[in-house]
Design a protein around this ligand. Structure first.
Ligand code: BTN
Length: 246
């Protein structure tokens, strides 16, 4: 059973850096590093994650029993955040493949998974979660028009401790099911929340230029099936720098 061991900080550079360094030194599965603010928060593909006070920033260490399907942990994290946020009254979240949690098309949270393997076995995965909670989206500068915060939506601050409890408990349930190889319920739920399926998309492969296509569906291995110029291809999260729904 996944038992959480919480480590709480004020302002740090990045909870992801802290948790990765702990994991490399043998930090136990279930260790969670929380911070009130980050000065060098990291997003996917080397992007910055702006982390003013009032947000929920944490990175948790897991040590999966197998390497196959480890890429599912990002989606599993996104589902846990989406479901955790939906425990707040009147809020409906969606998942924009592969790691964005959106409300009304605007990003409210993101998930970043950093994996380390040795000799074909997974050593650890650090799952970083950032949720825009108790501040205004306008504090996010140039990304403010594509972002939203829970306070902007609810017109009052949210209780961070209870939101993080919901997210961690949901993550633990899905992670344990995944470890047992039980993916069906989780996949059904992710598919039902996926905003990307059926949309025209624009995306940038890590190596390559911006392309367009039609996102057909999420495959059971977590890749996105895209139709492009009459052909089908599977996008992998780690090979996709960014994706936009058109
Ligand atoms: C993304 O959408 O690009 C992923 C954002 C992940 C941000 C979180 S905040 C807590 C943890 N620490 C970091 O530096 N990044 C992750």
């Amino acid at each position: 059973m996944l038992t959480w061991r919480l480590m709480e900080y004020g302002e740090v550079a990045s909870t992801q850096d802290l948790a990765e360094s702990l994991a490399r030194k043998g930090g136990k599965e279930g260790t969670v590093v929380f911070a009130e603010a980050q000065t060098s928060g990291r997003g996917r593909a080397g992007r910055q994650w702006l982390s003013p006070r009032g947000g929920l920033y944490c990175s948790l260490i897991v040590r999966p029993n197998r390497i196959e399907g480890v890429q599912m942990i990002t989606l599993l994290g996104a589902l846990s955040v989406a479901d955790g946020i939906m425990t707040l009254p009147g809020i409906k979240t969606q998942i924009r493949w592969p790691n964005d949690i959106v409300i009304g098309g605007k990003k409210v949270a993101g998930v970043l998974a950093s994996a380390s393997a040795r000799g074909g076995s997974p050593e650890f995965v650090v799952v970083g979660i950032g949720i825009n909670c108790n501040f205004r989206a306008m504090e996010l500068g140039e990304i403010s028009s594509a972002s939203t915060t829970l306070m902007d939506l609810l017109h009052k601050p949210v209780e961070l401790a209870s939101l993080r409890f919901q997210v961690l408990e949901t993550f633990a349930d899905h992670y344990e099911a995944w470890q047992r190889g039980e993916l069906e319920v989780m996949m059904r739920r992710i598919k039902s929340l996926l905003s990307t399926a059926g949309k025209k998309i624009e995306y940038k492969p890590v190596k390559g230029e911006v392309l367009q296509g039609l996102a057909e569906k999420l495959a059971d291995d977590g890749t996105l099936v895209v139709r492009r110029e009459g052909r089908w291809l599977k996008l992998r999260a780690e090979e996709t720098e960014w994706l936009r729904e058109l």
